[in-house]
Design a protein around this ligand. Sequence first.
Ligand SMILES: Cc1cc2nc3c(=O)[nH]c(=O)nc-3n(C[C@H](O)[C@H](O)[C@H](O)COP(=O)(O)OP(=O)(O)OC[C@H]3O[C@@H](n4cnc5c(N)ncnc54)[C@H](O)[C@@H]3O)c2cc1C
Length: 423
Amino acid sequence: MELRRTDCELRRIVIVGGGVAGVSTAAALRSGGYDGELTLVDAGEFPYDRPPLSKDFLTGVKDLTDLALQPPDWYDAQSIRLLAKTMVAAIQPSSGTVELAGGKVLQADRVVLATGGGAARPPIPGLDDHRVHVLRTAEDAERLRSALVPGARLLVVGAGLIGAETAATAAGLGCDVVLVDPVSPPLTAAVGPLMASWLHEMHTRRGVTTVQATVEAFSAHSHGLAAQLSGEDAPRVFDAVVLGVGMTPSTGLAEAAGLECDGGIVVDAGQTTSHPAVLAVGDPTRRRVNGLLMRRAEHWEAAQYDGKRAAATLLGATVPRPAAFWFWTDRHGVHVEVVGEMAKATSAVVRGEPAEGGRFSVFGLLDGRVVAAAAVDDSAAVRAARRMIDRGVPADAGALADPATDLRALLRRRPEPTAAAVP
Ligand SMILES: Cc1cc2nc3c(=O)[nH]c(=O)nc-3n(C[C@H](O)[C@H](O)[C@H](O)COP(=O)(O)OP(=O)(O)OC[C@H]3O[C@@H](n4cnc5c(N)ncnc54)[C@H](O)[C@@H]3O)c2cc1C
């Protein structure tokens, strides 16, 4: 990343939020040559990573220090002023000020909002019971961990990525888990129907009870917390409940500053908001591409790439093109990776045998090209699919389906002239 002369006028940048998006913005600014003041403000103990919260942190295999996004001495070494355990109360883009809770004011030539989001809480009666958990922060995970004792009756509401991982982790810890979701199979839009069914049925094979229903109400019961599920005559009783029903983007600072928000902070391809002095990155953002608002990515890698794009914008460097979405999820001992947009695919090719203990992948095709892939324990297939998507190479369904085909060889096919990456 090359620093252009004009951008040397930037001397003070404040990043609000120390998740992967905020920290990657800071890292990319420094590696790109920015040598002005750089302040990272975060409400948490220190900047840490979230994916392990539903995996190794929840089981107790990892502790909070293992989750640090950077070693403690990295911030000093990079001349980054880290203000941890500090909330930003307001930003005033026109005057270039960032107001901290407590009243202190920082001056900034540019502000990067990397505020992430909170766990969504649907309006279910009885939700404020102390046995109802969410999972977004280390504190949430610590509190939940103490409830996941062997034999505990756990209701997981929502079988999306976080709900499914939590159900799997809790089952592995010996809990008696019920996983409820109104959609069957869940995650079809993200991974396609075949993979979605296979993954959801895996819960049953691993002792998790899956129920297709919604939760209508929670109420206190002499033996625990009662949950009334739709279509059932009597409530079921649990020791604890986890909500995994999505994320609410933290747009409060942006909205109060008058920035355009629409289900997220609206940004352009370079992560700039509707105010030129404010950029936004990570989970709370929605990119506008050719006049259309993209959905929020809400994945780790997308947040990291956002940081690199924001840094490029601030440095006046070429902004990297948005890559096809990629995410991973781990459950019941299998590793799943997904790239691209499966919902766009009109046909699918299965490679390998969908069976316990084996690896297989599903490629989603549209107009003769790969637009998505989802794989169980086969990172190489997803890596190859990603390059096929980015290069727009024509897909050979027969060759893709044959596990003996070297996928790298398929990458050498000539790209189509109109090929474009999935935004
Ligand atoms: C339990 C869990 C498991 C996940 N597993 C996976 C996975 O397996 N694969 C995957 O691809 N993705 C996963 N994700 C998603 C991934 O972690 C997120 O996409 C990523 O953390 C987004 O990073 P971010 O920096 O945008 O936001 P966040 O990580 O939410 O960071 C935002 C930070 O901003 C701070 N903040 C907010 N407002 C203020 C303020 N006013 N002042 C100061 N600080 C503020 C917050 O304290 C927080 O530290 C998971 C998420 C969770 C919660």
